[in-house]
Design a protein around this ligand. Structure first.
Ligand code: PMP
Length: 404
C-alpha cells in the first residue's frame, strides 16, 4: 500500500529547512533525492569493501567486483535486457549518448540522415551535430505542436532509406511530454534505421522493457532515480555493441596490448575503460531495488494524482500560463507568470524554501518555439505531497503579488 508519509521518512534531506522554511523539493527532473537505503549502501561500500575491481586476487577486490557485477544484473533485470553484457556502465545519459554518437562516425557517410526531435535536451542535440560535422550526415528535426507533442505525420515524412539513426527522448525534461516511442521505433526500423532513446526523464516514473520496445539503445542516469550522480547506464543490443568501436582506450577495456597491436576485451568491458565509479554502480543497483520495492505502478499512479492536482491549482492563478499540455505527460509543470521573468519567480520561491528550476532547462529550441527565454519548472517525485503543491501554489501567488 502506497503511503507517502512513510516513504518520506526514507529521505533524510526532506527534513531540512531552507531559508528557515521546511524544504519543498520540486526540482526532481534535475536530480532526485536519495533514500537512506541507498545512502547506507554508499557508506557500507567505503566503510567495509572499497577496492578496485576485476583485477585483484584479494578478498576486498573480489567483494567489490561481485557487488558491482550484481548491480549490472539488477539493471539488466530491471530493463529486461537479454544479456548482462548489453548493460554498459556510464557516467550518465550524456556519456551514453556520446559513446553511441562516437561509434556511429564509423558507419555514416555524406547523404545519410539522423533524425532528432524538437523536444530534445541539449545533450541529445549537440553530440549529433558533432557527428554530422565529422561524417557529412544531415540532421533532421521532428517538429512539435503548441501542446508540446511531436507531430508524427511529419516524422513519417522525414523517414527514408537515408535515415540511419533516430534519437528521441522518452519523456521531455522541459515539458514532461511522454513521446510515442513505440511508434517511433517501429517506423524507424521499417526503413532500416537504428534508434536510441534517452530515458533520463522516464526511468524515475516508468519501467521500460527494452526487449518489448525492440529499441537498439536506451540510456539513463542513476541520479534521476534515487541513485548517485556521475553514474548511468547504456543498454545496447548485443549486435550493435559488437559492431560499435570502443569509445575510450585504457585499462579494463583490452584483451591484449603490445606496441604492434591491441585487441579489445569482450562486452561489456570493451566500453568501460579505466576505473569506473564502482560505488556509483553498486548504489545504482540499490536505487533500482528501492524503487521496485515501492513499485512503478504505484509511483506512476500517485504522481499522476499530484500532477492533476497541481495543474488544476496552478491553472486557477490568473496570468499563469502552462507550457506543455500533452495528453500523455508526466509530473512536470513548466509555467510562466505574465510579464514576470521566471528567474524572479524562482528566487522568491527559494526564499520560501521551495526548490524549482528556472531557465531553458537545456532545451533552448523548445523555449524558442514558444518565443520565451525560459520557464519556471516544478517537477514532482513520488515523495512529494499535495500539501507541498499547496505551498508551491501559495508561493507563486505571493511572487505574483510582489512582482506585478
Ligand atoms: N536528457 C534529458 C531528457 C535530461 O533531462 C537530462 C538531464 N537533465 C539529460 C539528458 C542529461 O543527463 P545527465 O546530465 O545525467 O548526463
Amino acid at each position: 500500500m502506497f503511503n507517502v508519509e512513510h516513504i518520506r521518512q526514507d529521505f533524510p534531506i526532506l527534513n531540512r529547512q531552507v531559508n528557515s522554511k521546511p524544504l519543498v523539493y520540486l526540482d526532481n527532473a534535475a536530480t532526485s533525492q536519495t533514500p537512506q537505503q541507498v545512502i547506507d549502501v554508499i557508506v557500507d561500500y567505503y566503510s567495509t569493501y572499497n577496492a578496485n575491481i576485476h583485477r585483484g586476487v584479494h578478498s576486498l577486490s573480489q567483494e567489490a567486483t561481485d557487488a558491482y557485477e550484481q548491480a549490472r544484473l539488477k539493471i539488466q533485470n530491471h530493463f529486461n535486457a537479454k544479456f548482462a553484457h548489453e548493460i554498459i556502465f556510464t557516467s550518465g545519459t550524456t556519456h551514453g549518448i556520446n559513446l553511441v554518437a562516437n561509434g556511429f562516425s564509423n558507419f555514416l557517410k555524406q547523404g545519410d540522415e539522423i533524425i532528432v526531435s524538437a523536444l530534445e535536451h541539449h545533450s541529445n542535440i549537440v553530440p549529433w551535430q558533432m557527428l554530422c560535422e565529422r561524417s557529412g550526415a544531415t540532421l533532421k528535426v521532428i517538429p512539435m505542436n503548441t501542446e508540446g507533442e511531436l507531430i508524427m505525420s511529419e516524422y513519417d515524412k522525414l523517414l527514408s532509406a537515408n535515415t540511419k539513426l533516430v534519437f528521441v527522448n522518452h519523456i521531455s525534461n522541459a515539458l514532461g511530454t511522454i513521446n510515442p516511442i513505440e511508434y517511433i521505433i517501429e517506423k524507424a526500423h521499417e526503413v532500416g534505421s537504428a534508434v536510441l532513446i534517452d530515458g533520463a526523464q522516464s526511468c524515475p516514473h516508468i519501467k521500460p522493457d527494452v526487449q518489448a520496445l525492440d529499441v537498439d539503445f536506451y540510456v539513463t542516469s542513476a541520479h534521476k532515480m534515487c541513485g548517485p550522480t556521475g553514474q548511468g547506464m547504456l543498454y545496447g543490443k548485443e549486435e550493435w555493441l559488437k559492431k560499435l568501436p570502443p569509445y575510450q582506450g585504457g585499462g579494463e577495456m583490452i584483451a591484449e596490448v603490445t606496441f604492434q597491436k591491441t585487441t579489445y576485451a569482450d562486452l561489456p568491458h570493451k566500453f568501460e575503460a579505466g576505473t569506473p565509479n564502482i560505488c556509483g554502480g553498486i548504489a545504482f543497483g540499490a536505487a533500482i531495488d528501492y524503487m521496485n520495492a515501492i513499485g512503478f505502478d504505484a509511483i506512476s499512479n500517485y504522481e499522476h494524482e499530484l500532477l492533476d492536482y497541481a495543474t488544476e491549482a496552478l491553472s486557477n492563478i490568473e496570468g499563469l500560463k502552462i507550457y506543455g499540455t500533452a495528453k500523455h505527460k508526466t509530473s512536470v509543470i513548466s509555467f510562466n507568470l505574465e510579464g514576470i521573468h521566471p528567474y524572479d519567480v524562482g528566487t522568491i520561491l527559494d526564499k520560501l524554501g521551495i526548490a524549482v528550476r528556472t531557465g531553458h532547462h537545456c532545451a533552448q529550441p523548445v523555449m524558442d518555439f514558444y518565443k520565451i527565454p525560459g520557464t519556471v519548472r516544478a517537477s514532482f517525485a513520488f515523495y512529494n505531497t499535495k500539501e507541498e503543491v499547496d505551498t508551491l501554489v501559495n508561493g507563486v501567488k505571493k511572487a505574483k503579488m510582489m512582482l506585478s
